[in-house]
Design a protein around this ligand. Sequence first.
Ligand code: PEP
Ligand code: MG
Length: 613
Amino acid sequence: MNAQRSSGRGEDLARSGMDEPGSEHLLHGEPIGAGFAIGPAFVVGEDPSLEPEVRVSRLTREQEHARFSEAVERSIGQLKKLQNRIARLPEETQVEIGPMLEVYQRMLGPSRLQNSVVSRLDDGMTAEAAVYEATAELADLMLASRDERQLVGEDAAAAERRAGEFREIGRRVIRNLMRESFLSLSNMPDGAILVAHTLRPADAALIDPARVAAVVTEDGGSTGHTAIMLRALGVPAVLAVEGLLDHVTDGATLVVDGYSGSITVGPSSRTTRQARRQVAAYAQERQELGRMRRLSSRMASGEKISLQANLELPAELPLIAQSGAAGIGLLRTEFLFINAETLPDEATQYDIYAAIVSTMGSDPTTIRVLDWGGEKQGEALIRAGIVGRDSINPALGVRGIRLLLEHPDLLETQFAAILRAAAKGPVRVLLPMVTVASEIVAAREIYERVARRLKRKGIETGESLPPLGVMVETPAAALTAGHLAQYADFLAIGSNDLTMYTLAADRASSEVLALYNPLHPAVLRMIGEVLSAAFLERCPVSVCGEIAGNPRLIPLLIGLGCRSFSMSASMVPRVKQIVRNISYNDCRLLARRVLAETDIREIGRLLDGFQHG
Ligand code: PEP
Ligand code: MG
């Protein structure tokens, strides 16, 4: 947190239940961490500006250099201490926070930042001003590049995070130069709710989830490091709450609902009683979810359901192992291309795939070849002259398999790396954005040719050729799934794109958010058709879009005939819990009712009314 503890702590820390009904006040923000909490607010005030007033130093250049070096050393020491602290936190939290602390330390070593500060010191600036200007400049450059490259979604969020990292490290060094103390949470009462204008990622790392009931901030967004960390810590949290600090005084009782993003200030006794029940139920749910990992994913009626994980970055691997997922159902390989300056060669790709496949042991890894296009844009491909910067409608252009077949060298390299990695464990290969069978035929021809070449050269691959499957994510593929299944070894339903292309609503646009709804009967019927067609063709099929990790939709998808799901690793235990408590006949009945409906709201009501055992 960038803040100083506000004075005048309220007298009454436990007013809960004492307020008159009607005196409570409701605020809303962005829900970040699931769960409920009730407790007294611990308010931390605004951060004083660290912008230095004096730019020109009265000290010698050597003295300013020495001050800067000392502040850097102190900052590194503090970051190392933080690193030791997080070693005691749950593994998934370490995975989120560890890399960020390393980034901060790298920034303080020989880096663009250091060069930029040093040249300002050489010009006679104070160390505070040099650090402030250098970090602000680098942060602005990140944001300018985001705008220039028209980044959206995850890429834009990554650029914003990087900009935030520059500002954050600048703040730390300046505080150390000014000997400004950092806020300590040591005097925060156990079970209090942290209320701040902004919570910095490095401060979020200091939060002990056993002591902090919840976090609420006025600033922040759902894709920032702070949000990612609070989620990983499992702390109920709501960010971006407008007017928070105007309405919440220190010590006031708050009820925080991390699911809906609501905050009740000064709850009535009725609200308090209800919140207490929710808090207890949530604590029990978390305990049960922790135990899910080792349990089977069989339905109450006995059917076996396969639950796998999607992987977007190798850093997620430890989470997958912890989640109890039975393999990787979708490894999106775009991460190798999106932020790369040059195209990854076969050796680079092989090293990464082989490491992942080895880690997964006997569980299968489904590797999808590059799905460039739509909102996924890759600098490496632009630099290599494979694609242009602008396309009138990238989602409908040369995307996914279309691009790979236009540039077979790209596909050959990726196939070769994957086939070699298959020597390390079970692998499946997946083709994105297929609309016609001829694309599968052409890709398979290349696939088999690459496999023959590797064999001829005596290069080790798997014992047999890994299955080659197809993403069903366009209406064209969905409505001809039975035909495609004759050419593919398995199908994977990509509901994210299938929803977008069916409803003509961009999945990345907030303007058509209300229209982008996978519960639209057209989408659900299409998914049902694909599952039935795959069943008739005896072709394995799974669902791997976001709906596969949505607890509300699991009974419906099972009722439609889905037996295999791939989702974000964090959702596997929750989905497993649902699967174990429902019976196949109830799911069938639900699916039949839903398919007979044409009204999205009514479909939603049917799903909400389904009894989970
Ligand atoms: C999908 O479209 O549902 C899918 C899984 O692919 P992606 O989200 O990577 O486009
Ligand atoms: Mg897709």
